[in-house]
Design a protein around this ligand. Structure first.
Ligand SMILES: [Mn+2]
Length: 352
């Protein structure tokens, strides 16, 4: 069980109730899909159901496991009394209004206090064990791409490519995709989040593939854009520009750099070519237990990079009705700049 004394003190809380499973896993190691973690200044309690009781005992240390069959209200009444709880923090971003109403009843007579981003901030800098899992998740995605690449050709549908990528990742031990695989070809490639459709690939098109997997709970995220057959000079030109921006941003991803400054730099480069209006999303985001987590490389990001943070660098240009190009790596913030975890070739590749 990780220490959250600092977080409790920051908001003057007697206890904190966690309900987001990735945060619960991060704090106490429980890998189940249902449960609540209640942490007082002295002790931690995992309240879960019959399905997870023995697993919870195996996966956690210094945590008391409580069966919810005892009645949620009765369980909390006892804890509130025993630990003299007057103010409890809860994760406001992850509970429904219905759950909030329940909590109000359960914690009646005491204060509830909405908290946001506390564990998420603890999760920003990765440990050695986390880095190993993230590297492996990225390596699996790279290998899947290399394996599938020779099968990308005219006539194959976007969904077939998505299925092949996901199959290859699972074959290597991934538990699943880290988000719905994006395979967008032709005009569809100008939709930054065009999930795979039944559209077959045609000669002269770009195919944007944005995918990743979960390995040991940790995510990977990579995007490659490839050409099917001969493409226009304009397409080649835009590809080169996106690649140039992506590669020039990597040395900036080092400790002390302001996230928003790196995002601004990428926009400035596109602006010199007069194409910045086609780059409508953030430059990147953190990756870990969640596919999108802190810190963001975005215009308003308040974060400064530190060693061993993990971010994506993913500039893109999307020309509606024509085509889109995005190139993305998941990288580790290193002293000398980004250390790539996804290593697939980024030079324009043509499928025949
Ligand atoms: Mn991404």
């Amino acid at each position: 069980m990780k220490d959250i004394t600092e977080q409790l003190q920051k908001f003057g809380l007697d206890a904190m109730l966690f309900s987001y499973m990735n945060n619960i896993f991060y704090l106490c190691g429980f890998k189940g899909t249902a449960g609540q973690l209640f942490v007082t200044r002295d002790d931690a309690f995992l309240i879960t159901d019959f399905r997870y009781l023995s697993q919870a005992k195996e996966q956690t240390e210094d945590v008391t496991i409580i069966d919810i069959a005892n009645g949620e209200k009765a369980v909390f009444d006892k804890l509130i009394k025993e630990y003299n709880i007057k103010k409890t923090g809860f994760e406001q971003s992850y509970i429904t209004y219905e759950k909030f109403l329940q909590l109000k009843k359960i914690f009646e007579g005491t204060k509830l206090f909405g908290v946001k981003g506390t564990v998420e901030e603890m999760r920003i800098v990765k440990t050695g064990d986390e880095l190993k899992l993230l590297s492996r998740a990225c390596e699996i995605a790279d290998t899947a791409f290399e394996t599938v690449f020779p099968r990308i050709k005219e006539g194959v549908t976007e969904l077939e490519i998505a299925a092949m990528l996901e199959y290859e990742m699972k074959r290597q031990g991934a538990s699943g995709a880290s988000f719905e695989t994006i395979v967008a070809s032709g005009k569809r490639s100008s939709m930054p989040h065009g999930t795979a459709s039944t559209k077959p690939l045609k000669s002269g098109e770009f195919v944007v593939m944005d995918f990743g997997c979960v390995f040991g709970g940790y995510c990977s995220d990579i995007t490659r854009t490839v050409a099917v057959g001969d493409i226009s000079d304009k397409m080649r030109d835009i590809y080169t520009k996106v690649q140039t921006v992506q590669e020039e941003m990597l040395p900036l991803v080092k400790p002390g750099a302001a996230c928003k400054a790196i995002d601004a730099e990428s926009r400035k480069m596109f602006k010199t070519w007069g194409i910045d209006k086609y780059f409508g999303h953030s430059l990147g985001h953190g990756v870990g237990l969640d596919i999108h987590e802190l810190p963001n490389l975005s215009p308003k990001s308040p974060y400064t990079l530190e060693e061993n943070m993990i971010v994506t660098v993913e500039p893109g240009i999307y020309i509606e009705g024509e085509f889109g190009v995005r190139i993305e790596d998941t990288v580790k913030v290193g002293v000398k700049g980004a250390e790539r975890l996804t290593k697939s070739d980024k030079n324009l590749r043509i499928c025949r």
